[in-house]
Ligand binder design. Structure first.
Ligand SMILES: Cc1ncc(COP(=O)(O)O)c(C=O)c1O
Length: 374
């Protein structure tokens, strides 16, 4: 049996007819740039999240970058983000000219450490980027309390967590992306909701932020006057073809997330008492959407190599925390500055996870792990 880490092909087969029909509609209409499907998808996705507005852009990275600009982040500012995340979180800060300030993570949830977050706030801090890593919600109510106390803006990097939720009252859940000033999503082809190329979107409840984002993504244009540019915006529009496909796929997102959650539950059950393995932690009031299923293993590289021998693909997401990335040498952090993240990078292993994964495959993977680690 071969078990792939992610499986875009099987997923695409299920969607083929709908995707091609959606594609054909746009193709025949020819409204490729900011066409009807873009506005429809923006409304659908914002509605799905429970936000008032959505602005489609050309990637998750641009969602973060333009999002920061829409909140007025400028070169003299500092923006706090976790040191253990995909580099785009920090790059978006750097693109604005502001300085990324890194914070270590909580060793159980892999999300930002709240005590250290508070210690890193200075007079120059203007915003916090909270990342919902692997599909696991960051502690948003607590982050919002800290932000309110220090008058900081909050950006949620929800690139890996479409549909993840936090219980805010006994019978009320709120989706990630809607706690902060803005929520930023990526639809990169491997994500829980994925396009056939690059795509991203920002959600917000603020009309002022929404209107600024519309100009930022479209070279500063506003309304129907095509050649008046009110600000020096960018070309970062969500493609109509991507929007059309994403709109069809959105209808299945809850089913796909539920499939991921079921397989994650099975992994956790079958690996529960295996010595040397820690399964992902989910807070009581959080609904994880398992973009990935990360375990911590003492003999990580050995296990990965051996699993490969059984045709089981796994992933190391991520090998390095951001302070040890050459791109951030100039910040002059050193090894040992973020011990939790450094330790996680040595031991993290992401097991196969995608909506088409079967219980039989999960059982096979866990049996192989037990055999290898015996
Ligand atoms: C946590 C996180 N932030 C930002 C991004 C950037 O998204 P994109 O690849 O669509 O630019 C990604 C995507 O990989 C991500 O995982």
């Amino acid at each position: 049996m071969t078990v792939s880490f992610i499986d875009i092909k099987t997923h695409n087969k299920l969607m083929r007819k709908n995707a091609i029909n959606a594609f054909a509609k746009v193709f025949d209409r020819g409204d490729f740039i900011l066409g009807e499907e873009v506005e429809l998808f923006e409304k659908d996705f914002a509605g799905y999240c429970g936000a008032r507005f959505g602005v489609g852009v050309n990637s998750g990275t641009d969602a973060l970058f333009l999002g920061l600009l829409s909140l007025g982040i400028k070169p003299s500012d500092e923006v706090i983000c976790p040191v253990f995340t995909y580099i785009a979180t920090a790059l978006s800060i750097s693109y604005t000219g502001a300085k990324p300030v890194f914070v270590d993570i909580d060793k159980r949830t892999f999300n930002i450490n709240l005590a250290e977050l508070q210690r890193k706030i200075t007079k120059r801090t203007k915003a916090i980027i909270a990342v919902h890593l692997y599909g696991n919600p960051a502690p948003m109510p607590e982050i919002m309390r800290i932000a309110k106390k220090y008058k900081l803006k909050v950006i949620e990097d929800a690139a890996q967590s479409h549909g993840a939720r936090i219980r805010i009252k006994s019978n009320k859940w709120q989706k990630v992306g809607t706690f902060g000033d803005i929520g930023c999503f990526s639809f990169y082809p491997t994500k829980n909701l994925s396009g056939c190329g690059d795509a991203g979107l920002i959600v917000s409840n603020s009309k002022a932020i929404f209107e600024r984002l519309l100009m930022l993504r479209d070279q500063g244009r506003r309304g129907s006057n095509r050649f008046t540019h009110y600000i020096r915006g960018y070309n970062s529009r969500l493609d109509s073809l991507q929007a059309a496909i994403l709109r069809q796929k959105l209808k299945h997102l809850n089913i796909w997330n539920a499939a991921r959650q079921r397989m994650a539950g099975l992994y956790s059950k079958l690996l529960k008492n295996v010595p040397g393995i820690e399964c992902p932690h989910q807070e009581n009031n959080h609904k994880h959407v398992f973009h990935l299923y990360p375990i911590l293993v003492k003999r990580r590289d050995f296990l990965q190599r051996q699993l490969r021998g059984y045709n089981i693909q796994t992933g190391i997401v991520y090998h390095r925390p951001l302070h040890l990335q050459p791109a951030y040498n100039d910040l002059r952090y050193k090894r040992g500055d973020f011990p939790v993240s450094e330790n996680v990078c040595r031991h993290i292993l992401c097991l196969p996870m995608h909506p088409a994964l079967t219980a039989k495959q999960v059982k096979f993977v866990t049996e192989c792990i037990k055999k290898i680690l015996k």
